[in-house]
Ligand binder design. Structure first.
Ligand code: SAH
Ligand code: SF4
Length: 344
């Protein structure tokens, strides 16, 4: 239990709730009841928790805050993608995205206000870094989206603003609440962490108690190019990174997804496909090719032409590498990969 946040409901695990109720001389099943209201029924006001006594509801509301991000704006894309702008209790603003894949819903959640890693192609990176999100702010985005959506969301991906593995403790704590059977009960297979390549974080993920899905943002298959696009590569180069990925795969048995955004004449030559195949040899990754989304911070970077995308795909296919060419979602409302920021 984080003592600083003792009074914030979404900071508490099921055991924390049990301890709290024991201290209040309440039966321990109250913990499950309150968590059902919050995580299953999305009731964020103690006074509406009708199976608790009036006295207990009052005591809860006087002692345990139940703070949710405030929805400032909701935008809907032509393809059905929704983008939410939230305000946090200190006034900072973050965005989350709700994607719809043939009826299956995926929440794309932010882990930081901004990002310190400054990848040249990413709008979030261009806004700099303010702070990590707390466990409750991470959970709050998801639960509020479920409430607004009116039904459960099937999957969660940490692909919003920020680098999740630089905010490991809070991300892992939030995942424990999502995964707990008595809380949100979301299966580990429905939770994906995307990282730019924070090696110690990948090692910790390999040891995490539930096997999450891992997605690695590669975008360049050699150090010279990757150093230019993603400064984090200077700290954790490709050799260190690939070693960590191998360790992750051995430890968890999980298949890793590789994200590769095709930027016109920057990283889209077929040679890079061959180089990527050699780099990842033996890992049997699943490659997600993302058409680059333009960002206001770098108007010089353009999406690859259809013919260059085709050539890159043909090179991967000739190497018998499994890939998928993803079509971007939500780019008309700046909700696609790399386009999130603390917009007004
Ligand atoms: N910081 C983490 C997670 C958030 S970014 C990471 O980098 O993995 C989510 C994904 O969007 C990453 O794969 C990132 O590389 C990609 N991305 C960033 N800017 C992009 C852009 N302009 N076009 C396409 N993908 C982009
Ligand atoms: Fe940060 Fe990821 Fe954007 Fe890079 S791509 S700046 S790591 S959010």
């Amino acid at each position: 239990m984080n003592n600083n946040n003792f009074y914030e409901a979404l900071e508490l695990s099921l055991n924390d709730w049990k301890t709290l109720f024991a201290n209040w001389n309440e039966p321990s099943f109250r913990a499950g009841q309150v968590c059902q209201w919050i995580y299953a029924k999305k009731v964020f006001n103690y006074h509406d928790m009708s199976n608790l006594s009036k006295e207990l509801r009052t005591k809860l509301s006087e002692n345990i805050l139940l703070t949710m991000p405030i929805m400032i704006k909701q935008q809907k894309s032509q393809d059905g993608t929704k983008k939410f702008l939230w305000q946090l209790s200190d006034g900072n603003r973050i965005e989350s995205v709700l994607l719809n894949h043939g009826g299956h819903k995926t929440a794309c959640i932010s882990s930081q206000v901004g990002c310190p890693l400054g990848c040249v192609f990413c709008y979030t990176g261009a806004m700099g870094f303010s702070r990590n999100l707390t466990r409750s702010e991470i959970l709050g985005q998801f639960l509020m989206m479920e409430k607004v959506n009116g039904s459960d969301i099937n999957n969660i991906v940490f692909m919003g603003m920020g680098e999740p593995l630089l905010n490991e403790n809070n991300i892992f704590a939030a995942i424990r609440s999502l995964n707990d059977k008595n809380m949100r009960n979301l299966g580990a297979r429905h939770i994906t962490i995307s990282t730019s390549g924070i090696v110690p974080g990948i090692e910790d993920l390999a040891d995490f108690e539930v096997p999450l899905r891992l997605s690695l943002s590669l975008h360049a298959p050699n150090d010279a190019l990757r150093n230019k696009l993603m400064p984090v590569n200077k700290q954790y180069n490709l050799q260190k990174l690939v070693n960590a990925l191998r360790h992750y795969k051995e430890r968890t048995g999980e298949r890793i997804t590789i994200e590769y955004a095709l930027i016109d004449r920057v990283n889209d030559a077929p040679e890079y496909a061959y180089e990527m195949a050699a780099l990842l040899d033996g890992l049997e990754p699943y490659i997600n090719l993302i058409p680059f989304n333009t960002v206001p911070s770098r108007p010089d970077l353009k999406r690859s032409s259809e013919s260059r995308i085709k050539e890159f795909c043909a090179a991967l296919a000739s190497l018998k590498i499994e890939y998928e060419l993803r079509r971007e979602k939500g780019s008309d409302i700046m909700a696609a990969c790399g386009q999130l920021a603390s917009s007004k």
